[in-house]
Design a protein around this ligand. Structure first.
Ligand SMILES: NC(=O)c1ccc[n+]([C@@H]2O[C@H](COP(=O)([O-])OP(=O)(O)OC[C@H]3O[C@@H](n4cnc5c(N)ncnc54)[C@H](OP(=O)(O)O)[C@@H]3O)[C@@H](O)[C@H]2O)c1
Length: 282
């Protein structure tokens, strides 16, 4: 039985608020890590074409014996495939790699405003097709800034179900998150523990000591109480378990506010700036 709440999406679907991320898990270790996560109780896996481990995700789910319908799978379009025909082929390949006939959520991984003549609109229209034909139950974006979201709102018929953005105590990404809240776009927080960088923070450490939890649990709980969807990554079984144990304690409003106070604005980013990011994997 899962203790994880779901977040309603603007298309009528719902997503488990806590999942398991597989960025930087080597393909050969992915099935094992996903299997461990599913044993612990996670029912939401976040992968991407760029991670090269969709096949391992599919294998891990099949080996668990769980019915496909019990696991929420997200994948993302790689940066080399924004042209609609390329996006269609890449999406077919994603389903083949995962060994499934649908994904629960498919995202444009990066807006790439300096590539493809800045045209992520035709890419988004290709994703609308995947939603219409039922092979993507929900569609969304990742790393979209407010002006990118505004463009989709003006030029297309579908509001993204989610925007998956960098968000952690050192980088609240407040403007993008607020836009999502106002427009019914759920916020997914990537690198929720800043790849470990926030775990030695004195404020977080103090709250962890007070609540008798680990610093990772405090930060992940903070995300949940603020309404974000998270999917911490780990290949370490004890941490996979620890990161799932978030539902038997609560942070005070004061502590939530103190962690928000750690925001460093743009200085706090650990990943690329989406306005400039233009990497296309070979
Ligand atoms: N859309 C995007 O552009 C984008 C970008 C980045 C990430 N993401 C997604 O977000 C997910 C999470 O982000 P992330 O992988 O970058 O970083 P993260 O989840 O913030 O941190 C992962 C790192 O923290 C360590 N860790 C995990 N749990 C821990 C714990 N309880 N105590 C101490 N250390 C712990 C892991 O080590 P071990 O593995 O060695 O245990 C790993 O080095 C990704 O897997 C991916 O699904 C999306």
């Amino acid at each position: 039985m899962s203790t994880v709440p779901t977040v309603p999406l603007n298309d009528g679907n719902a997503i488990p608020q806590l999942g398991f991320g597989v960025f930087q898990i080597p393909p050969a270790q992915t099935a094992e890590a996903v299997g461990e996560a599913l044993r612990v109780g996670y029912r939401h896996i976040d992968t991407a074409e760029m991670y090269r481990n969709e096949q391992g995700v599919g294998e891990g789910i099949r080996a668990s014996g769980l019915d496909r319908s019990k696991v929420f799978i997200t994948s993302k379009l790689n940066n080399g495939y924004h042209e609609p025909d390329d996006a269609r082929r890449a999406f077919d390949e994603t389903l083949r790699q995962l060994g499934t006939d649908y994904v629960d959520l498919f995202l444009i991984h990066w807006p790439l405003p300096t590539l493809y003549d800045g045209d992520f609109v035709s890419t988004w229209k290709a994703l609308e097709e995947f939603k219409q034909d039922g092979r993507a139950r929900s569609i969304g974006v990742s790393n979209f800034q407010v002006d990118h979201l505004e463009r989709l709102a003006h030029e297309t018929d579908t509001v993204p179900a989610v925007n998956q953005i960098e968000l952690h105590p050192y980088f609240l990404n407040q403007e993008v998150r607020a836009y999502g809240e106002e427009h019914g776009i759920a916020t997914e927080a990537w690198s929720p523990i800043a790849q470990g960088e926030v775990l030695d923070d004195p404020t977080v450490t103090e709250i962890a000591e007070k609540t008798e939890r680990s610093t990772a649990q405090v930060v992940l709980r903070w995300h949940l109480q603020r309404g974000s969807i998270v999917f911490p990554k780990s290949v370490t079984p004890e941490r996979i378990k620890e990161n799932f144990e978030l539902f038997d304690f609560e942070l005070s409003d004061d502590d939530v506010g103190r962690i928000e106070g750690l925001d460093r604005g743009e200085e706090g980013r650990i990943g690329p700036n989406p306005d400039r990011f233009a990497h296309v994997p070979a």
